[in-house]
Design a protein around this ligand. Sequence first.
Ligand code: ATP
Ligand code: MG
Length: 320
Amino acid sequence: MSDERAERIADFVESLRVEPGSKVRLGRDFDPRDKAGLKKRDGAELLRAGVDMLAEYQERLAAQDTYGVLVCLQALDAGGKDGTIRHVMSGVNPQGVRVSSFKVPSAEELDHDYLWRYAQRLPERGGIAIFNRSHYEEVLVVRVHPELLLRQKLPDRAGGSGEWKRRYREINNWERYLTDNGFKVVKIFLNLSKEEQRTRFLKRLDVPEKNWKFSTADVQERRHWDDYQYAFSKMLSATSTKWAPWYVVPADRKWFARICTAAILAHTLIDIDPRYPEVDDETRKGLRSARRKLEREAPPRRPADPYAARHPSAVRKKRR
Ligand code: ATP
Ligand code: MG
């Protein structure tokens, strides 16, 4: 990866980052329709480049087996979480990625502390975990619908505005702990406009193949639009930290949201810069001896090393 390319990605990603400590007002500070002057037709090429880069870095991340990456995706209904995951992760080895979707908590989940179910789905070292909705629901949907907090069986003191401040602090501390222990936390909010949400809901009604995606509950939830904008603004202000910043991705254009997401992930991996493990002298000796044994097994009229015979220049370069 050239330094120039890495720098270009870093600059782009920087423009999406919520400055830690800043006070966000979503409607004022972020435009869901933004596309950074790009055209859709340039988008396909850029996304492909991003997807290829992710695939390569993921392989190294897995080989190094030291760091893990947690990607939290948040959005309002029809924000495009599913499509973003599908497109951005299309090139990576499925064995290295696990997607978890978080819905209304089960009785068992409600019988534990509120971070419990998310902790069960954290990535392993070398892996990438994607949270389709995340622990941030605990300060979003639960904040917008206070009756959900009552179902969480908390001790008496819970509730009121102190509850959210406490949760922000707890979440920040949890993410700090994860980061210190080698797990990068990447938080992406797909920022959709109210009008684009309306359009996407109507598309789900208009196109028979999309009907299954439509849910009347989503339209009910849309009535709380302003409360959600408020809860998102508060959350972004309180939980964008130096160790785990938030990125606000303009989501009205799906192709642009995908490029942004790929760029944010690529930037995270470039920053980790995972390396294939170095082979020490002892192991190298073992490799040489294994090579000699295998070469001696060559049948008559076959090259000692068929791979090297077919790819002489690649093998010469690697052996240097
Ligand atoms: P899609 O609709 O694209 O399949 P989705 O993420 O919207 O995906 P749904 O099953 O429609 O999935 O909705 C999940 C619901 O669960 C959302 O309304 C979300 O707000 C809710 N939810 C998630 N976490 C919690 C939580 N901790 N407490 C209460 N509700 C939650
Ligand atoms: Mg839904």
